[in-house]
Design a protein around this ligand. Structure first.
Ligand code: SF4
Length: 458
């Protein structure tokens, strides 16, 4: 009986890599560039950062476009540029102001990095976006793709780029049957991205050639070489495409298996000052008896999200993740001992509330949203109950175990590492209702604020 030899994974990688490199070596870039640019002239997309591609505008757009669609970014770009027209204006603004202008775009770490980078641009480069690859790459929030994009789109420099659209396009053109995030595949793809750009031959080179070629590669990947059902009939590169030749469009690119999404429930609270200091009789003046700080009774409690949490640095309503499976789909959290425990500790230790037993009241509003790999159901509650703490279950819990720091309580409630549960807040603040509009809020926080201001919470 004849035995067939099965290739080892290493041999398969090596064969796929050699195959793609052979296609790359034989690729007729000169003719392909002409075909691509002709297509781009007729079909390329127009964006504000393309029609006026200054390095600063390109840089801001590229940071905004990370994880966000062009359609969404277009709505924010002009407003952001009007408020922060250059790196100096961005560097001068405080973080809260920058976050406010970023609110709704999500992934707020980008906004903080952008501002930190603007400070460096001012301090290290006199306010101008640097033109050397290493300098651009050294800025916070700028990776290899982003540096290439800033140099090619902003300065028309010969700098390759590789993002989702061009990764797919190059992989298909080469018939690359390797998972695209592996280091072997990445080397091949970056080489292809670079080979598409003709050498810079000084004065004889055509203006905007790098800007146009990189824009065309992105647009062709986005508009024609789509993830499913690529429109090969409308593609200017069929004659150069290995996947088209061998009918591999459905198997290339080879993608990494996606991480599974995790469902979780958070409970957030709309808490007014009078909910905690309700026996204050001085109508806004410090009474000294109840921990009242003399503020307005209708002020609302906000927290600033801690580092490493979702929406880090943004303001939000106090929120807690439900750890007990039994309460995942609940509309009443009064019997969730862990939640009541965390809420009570937060109110006493971080807000300075009197030691009364406060519990979750009924759910007034629910928001469902996805963030990174989480699918979050967020239940908003008022507070209920104000019994002396001695009579409560919380008191029984307290006497049964030595007091622990809040962080330890949080760690007990989680199964894996869930950084955002480690601290409830980086800062707590009472905010007049009328000022909620100007606070940079998390997106679910903004929805709750609008809902309550429109409908009330009683
Ligand atoms: S021919 Fe088809 S698979 Fe190949 S690059 Fe064009 S659209 Fe993509």
């Amino acid at each position: 009986m004849q035995r067939t030899t099965k290739k080892t994974p290493d041999a398969e990688t090596s064969a796929a890599s050699t195959e793609a490199l052979n296609v790359l070596s034989a690729f007729d870039f000169e003719r392909a560039r002409t075909a691509l640019l002709r297509w781009f002239d007729a079909n390329g997309r127009t964006f504000p950062w393309r029609s006026e591609p200054t390095p600063y505008r390109v840089w801001v757009s590229e940071i905004m476009l990370q994880q966000t669609t062009t359609q969404t970014v277009e709505g924010y770009f002009a407003r952001f540029l009007e408020r922060f027209p250059n790196a100096a204006a961005l560097a001068e603004a405080d973080e809260a102001t920058v976050l406010k202008y970023w609110e709704g775009l999500g992934y707020y770490r980008r906004a903080r990095s952008l501002r930190a980078a603007a400070l460096q641009v001012v301090e290290r480069f006199g306010g101008d976006v640097p033109e050397r690859f290493e300098d651009v790459l050294s800025l916070p929030g700028v990776g290899r793709y982003c540096a290439g994009a800033i140099l090619s789109f902003g300065f028309d420099r010969r700098a390759p780029i590789l993002e989702a659209n061009t990764t797919r396009l190059h992989a298909r053109l080469l018939g690359l049957r390797l998972e695209t995030t592996t280091s072997t595949a990445q080397k091949i793809l970056w080489r292809a991205a670079e080979d598409w750009l003709p050498l810079d031959v000084g004065e004889s080179r055509k203006p905007n050639v790098y800007r146009r070629l990189n824009g065309a590669l992105i647009d062709l990947g986005r508009l024609v070489c789509s993830p499913t059902a690529p429109k090969c009939d409308a593609c200017p590169l069929t004659a150069f495409c290995e996947s088209w030749r061998r009918d591999l469009q459905d198997v290339v690119p080879v993608l990494k298996k996606k991480a599974e999404t995790v469902a979780r429930t958070d409970v957030a609270f709309w808490i007014e000052r009078r909910d905690l200091f309700d026996d204050c009789e001085n109508g806004g003046k410090r009474c000294g008896k109840t921990g009242c700080d003399g503020g307005n009774p209708t002020d609302v409690l906000l927290i600033r999200r801690p580092e490493n949490a979702l929406w880090a640095g943004l303001w939000d309503f106090p929120r807690f993740e439900i750890a007990n499976e039994a309460f995942r789909d609940a509309l009443d959290f009064n019997d969730d001992v862990e939640l009541c425990d965390r809420l009570q500790r937060f109110l006493e230790e971080e807000v300075g509330a009197p030691p009364l037993d406060r519990r979750p009241g009924s759910v007034v509003y629910t928001v469902k949203h996805a963030a990174t790999r989480f699918r979050i159901t967020l239940r908003f509650c008022r507070l209920a109950g104000a019994e002396p703490v001695e009579k409560t279950l919380f008191d029984a819990l307290k006497s049964a175990a030595a007091p622990q720091p809040l962080q330890d309580v949080a760690k007990k409630t989680k199964k894996g590492k869930t950084p955002e549960t480690e601290r409830v807040a980086a800062e707590v603040r009472w905010v007049p209702r009328a000022e909620l509009d100007v606070y940079p809020l998390s997106s679910p926080g903004r929805k709750l604020a609008r809902f309550v201001l429109r409908n009330g919470v009683k």
